[in-house]
Design a protein around this ligand. Structure first.
Ligand code: ZN
Length: 138
């Protein structure tokens, strides 16, 4: 069995962002040479997510509005976590949007449904953060 591991780095200019990282993940898969197996992709930070959904800007605005409704960034004082930090909302948003995705690898390709794309969801950006890609198979 082959095993492949890579860290992808991201730094957003804004506090929150949704980035389609499918091209980078596909590059990892090509580099791995694995044709049949499983790909895991996870955020390595507790204020960021990796999730699968549609690459459609309206939907990304809907995510933003929905998450701000559930866990508004401000006022910072509404959260017990915000003593030395101001990112309690980012922890909560990450929990809702998820830590990782797992994708089947078939014939050397991501075995996706028609509109599935992998996204990095940043909820406390403006600093360098990592996503892990791990692929096992043969
Ligand atoms: Zn925190």
């Amino acid at each position: 069995m082959k095993s492949y591991r890579k860290e992808l780095w991201f730094k957003t200019d804004t506090r929150r962002a949704y980035i389609n990282i499918t091209p980078q993940v596909k590059e990892c898969l090509a580099e791995s040479g694995i044709r049949e197996g499983i790909l895991l992709c996870n955020a390595m930070h507790i204020t960021a997510s990796v999730f699968i959904n549609d690459d459609e800007p309206g939907l990304h605005n809907d995510f933003e509005a929905w998450l701000e409704g559930l866990a508004p960034e401000k006022p910072y004082s509404r959260y017990q976590h915000n003593g030395f930090e101001d990112n309690a909302d980012a922890h909560l948003k990450r929990t809702v949007m998820g830590r990782e995705v797992m994708v089947a690898v078939t014939g050397g390709k991501l075995d996706f449904g028609p509109w599935e794309r992998i996204f990095y969801g940043e909820f406390d950006g403006k600093r360098r953060k990592r996503v892990l890609v791990k692929i096992i198979g043969e």
